[in-house]
Design a protein around this ligand. Structure first.
Ligand code: HEM
Length: 410
C-alpha cells in the first residue's frame, strides 16, 4: 500500500492514506480492508470538493436524494473529456432522465427478460460444451465476456461477429469510469479512442437501421415517439453505447466474482450443486459480498450537512457501494460469504433511487443460469494455483483472468 506521493491531482495535496490505499493497484485483489476504514470515517472529506460516503444508511438515503445530481460529468472534479462526446441518461436528472429512461424500459420488463431464459441457457450451454472440449476453462474470456456481450448484442441488434472490437472498446472505456481520485478516472488516450470507436461504429449501424429497420432495440429507438418527441441520432447513439457498456463489463465482473467466491468456498458450491434453485440466492450474495460496480458518484446541488460534514454545491459525493454492502450495522458477519444468509435490507450493488440499474433483472438471470450450469456441468472444478489476476479498474472491478481446472464433464 501507499505510493500516494505521485497520485495527487495537479495542484492538490497528496491523497490521504485511506484513499491512497484504495486506489493502490496492489490492493485491487482485496480492497475491503481500506473500504472498511473509509466506512468507519464516513462521511469523510479527504480534500476540498470530495465527500466520501460508505455507510449503508447514508448511501441508501443520499442515492435517493433529489438534491444529488447525476450530472457528474459536469462536476468541477470531473476530468476534461477528449474526443467526441455522448451524453446518456445515466448522467441526466429528472425530468429529462425519466423521459429517456422510459423509452427503453419496455425492453427490460420482467416478462421480456423471463422470455430470454431459454436462449440464454442455450448460449451458456454451448460455452460450457466448448470448454469441456478444450479440457480447460478460463472463466473471464471463455464465459464471462462471451455470455453478456452475446445477449446485449442480440437485444440491440449489433452483429456479434464484431465481438472482438466491442470487447476491446468496452474494457478500455471501463477504466474511464473510475472516480476522479489522483491518477484514476482520467480519460486516457486509449479510452478516448475506444469511445470514438463506439461513436463511429454506432453511427454507421444507426444509418443502416434507419434505412432498413429490423426487430431490434436500435430500430425501435429510431421509431419511438414520446409526447410528439423523437430521439435524434445522437440520443440513440448515446443510449446504445450506454446499454452496451452498462450491460457488459459489469456482468463480466459478476460472473468472475461469483465463480471465484464459489471456488474459494467449496462447501457452498456443493450446496448449489445439490440444489440448483439456490442459484438466484448465490447471485444476490455475490452482489453483496463482492460488488461488480464498487462505487458511483453524484454532485451536490445544494448546501447541506451530513453528520458533521458540510456539503457544498458542486461537491462530488463518492458512494462506496462495496463498503455499504459490508456494513456490520446491516449485515451480520459481513465479510463472510454465505449463500444462505438470512433476509436483510437490500444490497446497493445495483445502486438505488432513480438510477437503479435498468438491467438488474437481466443480469440476475444471465448469471444465475451461468452459475447453475457451472455447478452441475464440470466435475471437480478447482482454481488453478496462481490462476487469478485482476483488471486495473478500481470501480468496475473484477478478475481479468480466472483459470479453472476440472476432471471432465457430467
Ligand atoms: C445503472 C450496476 C448490469 C443497464 C446501473 C447502476 C449500477 C449498475 C450500480 C447505477 C449507477 C448509479 O446510480 O450512478 C450493474 C451491475 C450489473 C449491471 C452490478 C451486472 C451485474 C446491467 C445490464 C444492463 C444494465 C445487463 C442492460 C442490459 C443499466 C442502465 C443503467 C444502469 C441502462 C442506467 C440507469 C439510469 O441511469 O437510469 N447499473 N448493472 N446494467 N444499468 Fe446496470
Amino acid at each position: 500500500a501507499g505510493g500516494n506521493g505521485d497520485s495527487a491531482l495537479p495542484g492538490r495535496p497528496p491523497l490521504p492514506g485511506e484513499i491512497a490505499d484504495l486506489t493502490d493497484p496492489g490492493n485491487r485483489e482485496d480492497p475491503y480492508p481500506s473500504l472498511e476504514k473509509l466506512r468507519r470515517r464516513s462521511p469523510y472529506t479527504p480534500f476540498d470538493g470530495l465527500l466520501v460516503v460508505g455507510r449503508h444508511d447514508q448511501c441508501s438515503a443520499l442515492l435517493r436524494d433529489q438534491t444529488m445530481s447525476a450530472a457528474r460529468d459536469r462536476a468541477p472534479l470531473s476530468p476534461t473529456p477528449r474526443g467526441p462526446r455522448t451524453r446518456n441518461f445515466l448522467h441526466l436528472d429528472p425530468p429529462e432522465h425519466t423521459r429517456y429512461r422510459r423509452l427503453v424500459t419496455g425492453a427490460f420488463t420482467r416478462r421480456k427478460v423471463d422470455g430470454m431464459a431459454p436462449w440464454i441457457r442455450e448460449i451458456a450451454t454451448d460455452l460450457f460444451r466448448a470448454a469441456a472440449e478444450a479440457g480447460t476453462l478460463e472463466v473471464v474470456d471463455d464465459l464471462a465476456y462471451a455470455l453478456p456481450l452475446r445477449v446485449i448484442c442480440e437485444l440491440l441488434g449489433v452483429p456479434f461477429e464484431d465481438r472482438q472490437l466491442l470487447q476491446e472498446w468496452s474494457s478500455e472505456l471501463a477504466t474511464a469510469l473510475d472516480p476522479p481520485l489522483g491518477t484514476t478516472g482520467r480519460m486516457t488516450p486509449e479510452a478516448a479512442r475506444a469511445r470514438a470507436g463506439f461513436v463511429h461504429y454506432f453511427r454507421r449501424l444507426i444509418e443502416e437501421r434507419r434505412s432498413a429497420p429490423r426487430q431490434d432495440l436500435i430500430s425501435h429507438l429510431l421509431q419511438v415517439e414520446e409526447d410528439g418527441h423523437r430521439l435524434d441520432d445522437d440520443d440513440v447513439l448515446a443510449t446504445c453505447v450506454l446499454l452496451l457498456n452498462a450491460g457488459h463489463e459489469t456482468t463480466v465482473n459478476l460472473i468472475g466474482n461469483a465463480i471465484l467466491a464459489l471456488l474459494r468456498h467449496p462447501g457452498q458450491l456443493d450446496r448449489l450443486r445439490a440444489d440448483p434453485t439456490l442459484a438466484p440466492a448465490v447471485v444476490e450474495e455475490v452482489l453483496r459480498y463482492d460488488a461488480p460496480v464498487q462505487m458511483t458518484t453524484r454532485v451536490a446541488r445544494r448546501h447541506g450537512t451530513l453528520g458533521d460534514a458540510e456539503v457544498r454545491p458542486g461537491d462530488t459525493v463518492l458512494f462506496l457501494l462495496g463498503a455499504a454492502n459490508r456494513d456490520p450495522d446491516v449485515y451480520r458477519d459481513p465479510d463472510r460469504f454465505d449463500i444462505e444468509r438470512p433476509a436483510a435490507p437490500a444490497h446497493l450493488a445495483f445502486s438505488a433511487g432513480a438510477h437503479f440499474c435498468l438491467g438488474a433483472g437481466l443480469a440476475r438471470l444471465e448469471v444465475a443460469i451461468a452459475l447453475e450450469l457451472f455447478s452441475t456441468f464440470l466435475i471437480r472444478p478447482r482454481l488453478r494455483d496462481g490462476g487469478v489476476s485482476y483488471k486495473r479498474n478500481l470501480n468496475l472491478r473484477g478478475p481479468s483472468r480466472l483459470q479453472v481446472d476440472f476432471d471432465g464433464v457430467h
